[in-house]
Write a protein that binds this ligand. Structure first.
Ligand SMILES: N[C@@H](CCC(=O)N[C@@H](CS)C(=O)NCC(=O)O)C(=O)O
Length: 211
């Protein structure tokens, strides 16, 4: 089998999640950088007609949508399964992935992290109103991640799963913002989980420059 290719900027939280899945499986991959802005140009739209990142390719099979990519990676490479067998844990993993796609990326990623960390680095204006609007929803996401994880070592059970890999880039970036410190401190177990995730080799080898 050839090396999978991930297309997108390394700093994107969704790109990072896809790469984390590959790293957890011990699968070497190539990252083709798609700089901010180029994701709406024809070359990338041919890979992802909705103009988002990541896009993915493996042995001529092209795919987009992060959770589809991560599930493909988990099925294509058998070592170190990333989806629990236990039905309740499997369903909690799916619930957390759903929360990321429906609420957390929008609030934490697009609302707070983009405006506080990325916009200034691109010379774009920070939308303070968007940050303020995102905070309650971001707090609710953290509260739900913490509640669902309970006393488990990982978000959906006692082993790392796709849920952890979807959430850690967002929590990591949120922790670097002034808005994130307070809400994160309200969830010590979630903070401890984040530290464990940040210490994993998969996190270290996929960590975007400057992240
Ligand atoms: N549903 C998509 C969402 C991907 C997504 O929104 N990625 C962000 C980067 S983290 C993006 O492409 N943003 C560019 C834009 O919105 O123009 C997936 O799961 O892959």
């Amino acid at each position: 089998m050839g090396r999978p290719i991930v297309y997108g900027p390394a700093g994107s939280s969704y790109v990072w999640s896809a790469r984390l899945a590959l790293a957890e499986k011990g699968v070497a991959h190539d990252l083709v950088e798609v700089p901010f802005g180029a994701h709406r140009e024809a070359e990338h739209l041919a890979r992802h007609p909705f103009g988002r990142v990541p896009a993915f390719e493996h042995d001529g099979f092209a795919l987009y949508e992060t959770q589809a990519i991560m599930r493909y990676v988990d099925e294509a490479f058998p070592a170190a399964p990333l989806q629990p067998i236990d039905l309740h844990q499997f369903s909690r993993m799916n619930q957390i992935i759903g929360i990321v796609d429906a609420y957390a990326w929008r609030a934490i990623g697009a609302g707070i992290v983009f405006n506080r960390l990325i916009a200034p680095s691109l010379g774009l204006k920070t939308d303070e109103a968007a940050i303020a609007k995102a905070i309650p929803q971001a707090e609710l996401c953290l509260k739900e991640f913490a509640r669902i994880a309970g006393d488990d070592e990982f978000l959906a059970g006692d082993r790392v799963s796709l849920a952890d890999l979807m959430v850690i880039p967002l929590v990591h970036y949120l922790g670097k913002t002034s808005e994130g410190a307070g809400p994160l401190a309200e969830h010590p177990k979630l903070q401890a989980w984040a530290r464990r995730m940040q210490e994993r080799q998969s996190f270290q080898v996929t960590k975007p420059p400057g992240a």
